[in-house]
Each structure stands twice: as structure tokens, then as C-alpha cells.
Design a protein around this ligand. Structure first.
Ligand code: F6R
Length: 241
């Protein structure tokens, strides 16, 4: 694992954007695995800024997002599809047909999961997967559990995740209780992983995930077994490593 320590959130965002841009420049056909949440927002902003300067071309890029809430439509302002449109897709020349986010409105969510696995396979797998990390160690919406879930699946969100995400909704009651998420195998099969962490609040879980035992109780700990991980964080988040 390569660890990149950044002075600040802005610096972390720029380092992460540099890694993602290098991938796109070296391979314009890249399959990017993307994440939502507050941590990568600065990275997306930086990518849009470099795109506007003419330094990046997304015309051949394909993307697959990690997860989506069950029950939220693409135009709901808290859906992850909406997040991606507002933070990246609407501002760069990526072909909308090449962007994939799990279908939160699917009449049969299990079938939507199977379709999503097939999309990832048809794309030839993921070149670089961006990840944030939940305070409980979740990646995507793979919550702490007795076993690692392998492929895309429907998950019941844990109370701690619902509480953490309530800040984005009018009230906690409006946070969806279920989500569709890529599984650990989908994530681990990515050829490169880019983990972003920011803030003192993540320091304990970063330490547990990267220096503790590999266990499904801390889903991010599986990343210790991946051969090509870049961990980019600000000083506060990396302070306990
Ligand atoms: C987002 C995702 C989640 C977040 C995690 C951290 O697509 O899958 O695992 O990466 O909850 O969220 P933030 O960045 O808001 O702390």
C-alpha cells in the first residue's frame, strides 16, 4: 500500500485527482469505479477544473459507481446518481451512456444487482476504484458483518450509517433503509484502489482497517490484501497510523 499524507483537505483532493487523472491520461478508455459521500467532492471539483483547462478528456471513459439507495429516483437530490451528475458528469464530456449507477428504483432489486455485476464484467472490470470509508469501516455500503458479501447485493443499512447520512436529509426518517452496493469481490477485483480519508473522526477506523486484523467486522480491512492500494488522506485522518 502506498500512503500519501496531505496537509489539508484541499491538498488531499488534489493528490487524489492527480492519481485519477494519470489513469485517464495514460488510458483514455479507463473504467473508473466512483464513490459519493463528502470526502471525494474536492477531488471531483479538481477534476472538473482540469477538464475546463483542457487537461482532461473523458470522452472514452466509462464509470461504475459503488452504490445507490433503494427507493430514490435519479433526480432525488440525495440519490447517488444525482450526486454524480452534479459533482462530475454534468461538467465534463463523459458520455452519459457510459456512466453506471445501480438502479435504486428497480422493481426487482436482486435482478438489478445481477445486471450490475454483468455490466462490470462486460466492461472488463474496473481499472481504478475510488473509495471513502465509513466510521464503522464500511466500503461502498458493505457494512460490518459475519462474512464478506462478494458481489453486488441489497443491504440493510446499519443504524450508525443511517445516523451518519441523516445530515443530508430533512430528517433521519427520510434516510432510506436499504441500498444496492457492489460487493467486496467487485471492489477487490479492481486493478487499483484509491482510498480517500479526511478528518480526525476517521483516524481510529483508518488505524483499525490498515493495521488491525482482516475481518468482515471492519470491511475496509480486506484492502490490506489488495496488491495496488493508494491511501490518500489528510494528516488528521492518518494521524494514528
Ligand atoms: C459512497 C460510499 C460510502 C462512503 C462512506 C464515507 O459511495 O460508498 O462508503 O464512501 O460512507 O462517506 P463520507 O465521505 O461522507 O465520509
Amino acid at each position: 500500500m502506498r500512503i500519501y499524507v496531505a496537509e489539508s483537505y484541499e491538498n488531499m483532493s488534489r493528490k487524489a485527482a492527480n492519481i485519477l487523472s494519470a489513469q485517464v491520461i495514460l488510458n483514455p478508455n479507463s473504467v473508473l469505479g466512483l464513490a459519493t459521500g463528502s470526502t471525494p467532492i474536492g477531488m471531483y471539483k479538481q477534476l472538473v477544473s482540469w477538464y475546463n483547462k483542457g487537461d482532461l478528456d473523458f470522452s472514452q471513459v466509462k464509470s461504475v459507481n459503488l452504490d445507490e439507495y433503494v427507493g430514490l429516483s435519479p433526480d432525488h437530490d440525495q440519490s447517488y446518481r444525482y450526486f454524480m451528475q452534479k459533482n462530475l458528469f454534468d461538467h465534463v464530456n463523459i458520455d452519459p451512456a457510459n456512466t453506471n449507477v445501480p438502479d435504486g428504483l428497480a422493481a426487482d432489486p436482486d435482478e438489478a444487482c445481477r445486471r450490475y455485476n454483468q455490466i462490470i464484467r462486460d466492461l472488463g472490470g474496473i481499472d481504478i476504484q475510488v473509495l471513502g470509508m465509513g466510521h464503522n469501516g464500511h466500503i461502498g455500503f458493505n457494512e460490518p458483518d459475519d462474512a464478506f458479501e462478494l458481489e453486488t447485493h441489497v443491504v440493510d443499512l446499519q443504524e450508525s450509517t443511517i445516523e451518519a447520512n441523516a445530515r443530508f436529509f430533512a430528517s433521519k426518517d427520510e434516510v432510506p433503509r436499504r441500498a444496492i452496493t457492489m460487493g467486496i469481490k467487485n471492489i477487490m477485483q479492481a486493478r487499483q484502489i484509491l482510498v480517500l480519508v479526511s478528518g480526525e473522526g476517521k483516524a481510529d477506523i483508518v488505524k483499525a482497517a490498515f493495521t488491525g486484523p482482516v475481518t468482515p467486522r471492519v470491511p475496509a480491512s480486506i484492502l490490506q490484501l489488495h496488491p495496488n492500494v493508494a491511501l490518500v488522506g489528510d494528516k488528521a485522518a492518518l494521524s494514528k497510523l
